[in-house]
Design a protein around this ligand. Structure first.
Ligand code: SF4
Length: 330
């Protein structure tokens, strides 16, 4: 039997190349060797978002991008967290086993407190408990994560271990699987690519939009004039060339940049063309899927049904293990 992978993503709308290279590409590969459950974690998003005005549209856009990229609903379960309410039930039960001091020590909680001191809500501190419930509800064994998520996985393991030691072996201990993709910086060349920093290139962007975005990117700040020699090793445009341009050309760009043989404008135009070409098949598939208005809805409905049948079974085991009264089915 293949191991179970669980992974969740906040509904951030149209995906950018950082999302694609950091998560989506990895998810596509995992589908061939694991039973994958991919979840839009809309409840998690409520811990930080200020408005839910665009929530539905963001979920739709994000899932459409996943599907057009190659996340296959025949192979993987794709669903929205809030469509399977058993996760809230398990989260509440896990909350009884989780020490508050564990939660207060989580580095991302401390960061969030600094970022939104006016809104340190209960959901924010309980975030890792809900995350543990997300994983455990589907008996997730492998969780693809970035380095910053490792403390959450460690906490999920602690919670699962405590449950199993108190009530019997219901859950596997999830293992974090670090993604090998490089950190993708945004167009500012400083911060991680993200929509909130407005430094992203969306994978749905047209070639013209990609060109416009790339032309606005920060390069080597010491190269002020065309005749100045550049330092490709500190230029984010060059980092992106390493991903989107063939190796021989990357070496040529490096030496031409160092010798001032190529200007940043031409270098950027080349990169923009390569990014646009790389996502052309994706854009075509996305346009095709977007022409079927019910498609995303149908995929999410089927995913929710499949996820819920697993969740109901897990919660029956949980109730039985704890000694709660069995669910009454009439
Ligand atoms: S030529 Fe290219 S690699 Fe060199 S500094 Fe300009 S944009 Fe960066």
């Amino acid at each position: 039997m293949a191991q179970k992978v669980f992974s969740g993503f906040r509904p951030t709308g149209k995906q950018h190349i950082g999302n694609y290279l950091g998560a989506i590409q990895n998810w596509i590969t995992l589908q061939d060797n694991y039973d994958c459950v991919y979840c839009v974690v809309d409840i998690h998003a409520l811990t930080t978002i200020e408005s839910t005005k665009n929530l539905r549209e963001d979920i739709h856009d994000m899932v459409l991008d996943w599907l057009a990229s190659g996340i296959d609903p025949e192979k993987s379960i794709i669903f929205v967290q809030s469509h399977v309410p058993q996760v809230m039930e398990l989260s509440t039960l896990f909350g009884m086993l989780t020490s508050l001091s564990w939660l207060l020590r989580v580095p991302t909680f401390k960061e969030k407190v600094k970022l939104q001191p006016q809104n340190v809500n209960f959901g924010l501190v309980g975030y890792p408990v809900l995350m543990a419930a997300d994983i455990a509800l589907y008996k997730g064994e492998v969780v693809p994560v970035g380095e910053d998520q490792l403390p959450h996985i460690e906490l999920a393991r602690e919670i699962v271990r405590r449950f199993n030691s108190l009530f019997g072996n219901v859950f596997p201990e999830p293992q974090g699987k670090l993604t090998s993709s490089p950190l993708i910086l945004g167009l500012d060349g400083v911060q991680k690519m993200s929509k909130s920093c407005d430094n992203q290139i969306e994978i749905t962007a047209s070639p013209q939009e990609i060109l416009k975005r790339v032309m606005s990117a920060v390069t080597d700040p010491s190269r002020r004039y065309r005749k100045d020699p550049g330092h490709p090793e500190i230029c984010n445009i060059f980092s992106l060339h390493k991903i989107f341009t063939d190796t021989a050309k990357v070496e040529e760009i490096s030496s031409e940049c160092i010798n001032a043989g190529i200007g940043c404008v031409d270098c950027k135009k080349l990169l923009a063309g390569n990014i646009a070409a790389s996502f052309e098949p994706f854009r075509e598939r996305r346009a095709l899927l977007a022409s079927k208005p019910e498609y995303v809805k149908d995929v999410l409905a089927s995913g929710a049904n499949r996820a819920q049948s697993i969740a109901i079974k897990t919660m029956d085991e949980v109730r039985d293990a704890i000694g709660l009264l069995p669910r009454i089915v009439t």
